[in-house]
Design a protein. Sequence first.
Length: 635
Amino acid sequence: MDSVNLVFQQANVLRCGLDQNVEGICGAMGQTLFQKSTWDKLFAKNMVIVCTAQVLVECMMHSFISIPRISLLIFDEAHHAKGNHPYARLMKDFCDYEPDLTKRPRIFGMTASPVDVRGLSPQHVIEAARELETLLHSKIATTSEASLASNSITKPEETVAAYSALRNDFETPLHQQVKAKYGDVEPFQKFFRASKRHASELGRWASDMYWSFAFTDEESRKLQNREEYRYNRTKKDGPVKELDDQMRRLKEAAIFVQKLDIGVPTLSDTDVSSKVQLLYYWLNLYYERSDDSSCIVFVEKRHTARLLKLIFDHVGGPNLRCGVLVGINNRAGEENISLRSQILTLQKFRRKELNCLFATSVAEEGLDIPQCNLVVRFDLYRTMIGYVQSRGRARHRNSKYLHMAEKGNEDHRRRIMDAREDERVMRNFCRDLPHDRILNELEEDRAELFTLDDKVFTDENSGAKLTYRSSLSVLNHFVATYPSPDHDTMAQPSYIISPEVSHDPRDPLRRGFLCEVILPSYCPITSMVGHVQSKKIYARCSAAFDMCIALRRMGELDEHLLPTAIKKLPDKRNAHLALSEKSKGKYPMLIKPSFWKQSRGAVPEGLYLTIVDVDAGLDRPHQPLGLLVGNTNAR
């Protein structure tokens, strides 16, 4: 995956859902990642590694691990797998060079769209989809619209908000003052360009405040170090006086800017642009009387997010609590955002300590962000996938998605129209996918379903009935309770499905799917192949049905279709284990302490209550925990 923050978020989720060790890794974790011994330990200790794609590419490049050691390779936001992206490099440089196909990992990619460029045509989508499928050795599948509707996944209401035409890039009086003193300093030229851009898009106040960003102590020091490095690399034989003069000018400029008083912004035309004023209008609709709403404002530049946050800290009112969510960066002239600060910002947003985020595209993909009432595209998306993914943040009921466009700006109008048309083309492409690549589709072939249900195995002793459908749960229960070498592992059957041609002489050309069910190696039977079926779910049922019959005939299932061998749990296991709601039925439990029973004459005369509040460790609302202790020796 691309996002460092997302690495640790996904790792935490997987730790909660898997009975295996999970480790999250990113390049910022230090030089020890570039040692083979580190990776040997990681793979020996963990079943799942979550990492950025670039880390895995470099690991492969140094041959710390090899492709055959990976069983499953998951690409989050798989549409990035093209060109020279690390996803593409993993496939082209390593997976494709493994000659033994059986040693290559299985590939699972997730994306909102296989195409992320503008101006799609049906043929373009088909070609791009084929390229992605070829590169990842996979087939595109999607969910059905009926399934989305059944899960109450709805689109937000979309509104185009038009602001008055902005002024062209211009120089504020402060900009002219700085330029008069330091306009000849080459490293400052990008600051002058950015200052004029901010003046046009955000207004005079933001342009002036930008100079304080550019010359903070930290950013000034980074700029000086960078210029010193560049000088030593290109002019190492030149006079040292030239470098000393440039360093003196850089320090002098930093001191000059830091002494300036920028003042407090107002909503007047003098201080802020029409674009900022329109954003204020919409935020005020949601936050004038209440702080219950949640909002994300998407911008293109990191500094834009930071400047808007400062503006609305002053003009947003008491109910608006703003934060900034941008990617991790260490470029000169830009604030160094740490991973820790990103995580803390997201936690505050979930806890409603913040209710409005000014965010770059880092908030579009993957991150677990709460449902929002309002999503604003302050800067419009560049491609359809940016449009779709940012809109997906507006999942709250009755939510709104706001496109902000400049009046009379043909590029803005065309961008909105293209994104909507591209989405329509993509939806048609997904709707036209083959039937077998529609996930969770509501079954339409009722006749075949009834035919399958007619295939019943009835035990001659008890009359217990095994059907195609029930065989899946029967087999799951058998594997989960069968004695295993590792008591802490909760095993499940694995199903491998492949396309197949029917060998039925009555219909030799019928195409369908064949499934092999595989049980753990310690089970009495480890593999069973079913019969060719028209749908994948039927193929799974066929394999499970045949496996259950075989287990019954071996005596591994009793006459009631229950396992004859049951996993024995260690004695007093519940004394060492925190039990969840799902597993409490496996252990003897004492519902009420014995001293509460009056028949034993042990009613306590004194009770002591201790309240434990874990507010510092939980992000969600909770009740405090009360510990009640009785004194049975009060007499």
